[in-house]
Design a protein around this ligand. Sequence first.
Ligand code: WT7
Length: 665
Amino acid sequence: MGEKNEAILPPKEFMRRMPWIRSVDEYERLYRESIKNPEKFWGKQAEALDWFKKWDKVLDETNPPFYKWFVNGELNICHNCVDRWAEIQPEKLAIIWQGEPDEDVRTFTYDGLKQQVNRFAHTLKRFGVEKGDRVALYLPMIPELPIAMLACAKIGAIHTVIVGGISAEAVKIRIQDAEAKMLVTANGYYRAGKIKDSLEIAKEAIKDCHSVETVIVVKRIDKETHLPCCAECQKPVYSWWEQEMEFYDYDFPVECAPERMSADDISFLLYTSGSTGKPKGVVHTTGGYLVYVNTTMWYIFDIRDNDVFWCTADIGWITGHSYVVYGPLSCGATVFMYEGVPTYPEPDRYWELIEKYKISIFYTAPTVIRDLIQQGTEWTQKRDLSCLRLLGSVGEPIDSKSWLWYFENVGKKRCSLVDTYWQTETGGILLTTLPGVHSMKPGSTGFPFFGVVPEIIKHKESDEECNEPDLRRSQCSVGEMGKLMFSRPWPGMLKGLWKDPERFSKTYWHKFEKYLSGDGAVEDEDGYFWVTGRIDDLINVSGHLLSTAETEGALISHQYVTEAAVVGKPHKIKGNELYAFVVLGKEVDMDKEFQIVLVKHVREKLGPIYTIREIKFTEKLPKTKSGKIMRRVLRKIAAGEKNITELGDLSTLADESAIQNLLKE
Ligand code: WT7
């Protein structure tokens, strides 16, 4: 006989739905604990997930920088994001999707989502996709994208989502590097009133991708679309998504058992710009990644049962992976997803959607905010935004003016605003304030999240011109800008770079066992962190990291270009714009027309997000005696500096005439 009056615990899925932290003291106590005993802290957080097999050890640090989390633990991401919620709350909405045309609305309950995911999981299997195989997802913001991601997770296939807006060539490089077996795409999508084609780019991209056996196409747009048939080309086989999903009768539920994944198995690859030409395939794990996004979701977004959570990021970026799909769904939350852009058909599209769908948590990027400020404050006043309770910002530093506008006009001074700092590589948020706990300073990313140990190390501008700069420098003092690093591992951190362990160690750990972010930062007297932006060879344009090396490579690939240097020039709305210094061969005139030719050439090579705004032709680039381009000097010239004494240390400059010429005009 069982005990009478046994205490009945609420399902553990709901235990987190109580306010966890109420004061700065509590944050500080828990933060200290998380640093003193990370294994205990993260072990406890991991209990919020369902594990098929519990881990033997929370953190294995024996082989840095190859850290392992939840050693020998087994779980499935899709089970944690979909199946277990479909069991507990089958009728709760998991995804509300709004297409750009008003009438295109689709909603999925947790049970409904599970059905779709299971159907696509079986489709993957039918086409021979197995655990560990790569599946490339080149899809717009439509529900099929999260469905395909979750279906991959269910069977243990590794997805790599390829973001829109890059060229066919760039799509090809990613698919080839990942050696994807399948590609999922759509016959188009809506963007600012126009129909865009993704299938044509996909077809062009996979011409030389021999690993791709199958292409599944979602019929997003009701238009005549011709799929190549097998008779035309032996491989790959093309098929419609809708047709494959109907393989099983819609009258019956479809079951699909989740694959038991080891915590350290790869869940997905996501490509991000690198300081050297080739994009990096950032590898994320299963256990560590999910525990991290789940934990940040509870604490930072304070997610509750009746929230409607809207993160405006495209799923093709890490923000979308972690905070449109895996974070909120692993908490059983309701996610809102939108296909279109912020200002179409009217500049208040976002505010209209917030009002219509009663969005309670809204997470967007400074570039969007700056764009919407330009549209005029009257657009926010037209709508009832009282449903909002929490706002977030991510992707680049937010200036205090935009911060205040967002806080006052959108949040009506009632909502906490979390400015969250993180990266593709970090998996989830590293620096932020906690809502309702910390007082906010406009423009500051606040404090380290649990388990995160930031350090700011002295920085010399000329580091970028040395082959092996000595980074074993001392820490900065309060108020001093330096290199932002993280000295302890956290569960969401990348596992490595796809097929390139050496580049992983070199890029992020460089001689010493600390994670190098590539950003500059300052800590103020109250312990708030202020991220100042990239101090490496990447440029942040509208929240997208673009690579100087890739852009320069594309310029040089033009037959008349002999040398090129690309830098960021500050821009009011986009944060930065691409500015190129170009040296031409003798046979061509340095005129406006040729500038346009070059801009087009780079767009074709890399895609429209790589649009160079200004090109300055020059006969020489400033270089160090060892031949490195002095980009820090070019950055200042691009920003309008005319005075040679303001350009910083020029002692290593090989030929001063290179600079004098640039300063002349
Ligand atoms: C870079 C990472 C994290 C998802 C979006 C971008 C910049 C990101 C902030 C912020 C200042 C920020 C950094 C970082 N960044 N968030 N709140 N304040 N800068 O992911 O493409 O990997 O870019 O974005 O420079 O290194 P990503």
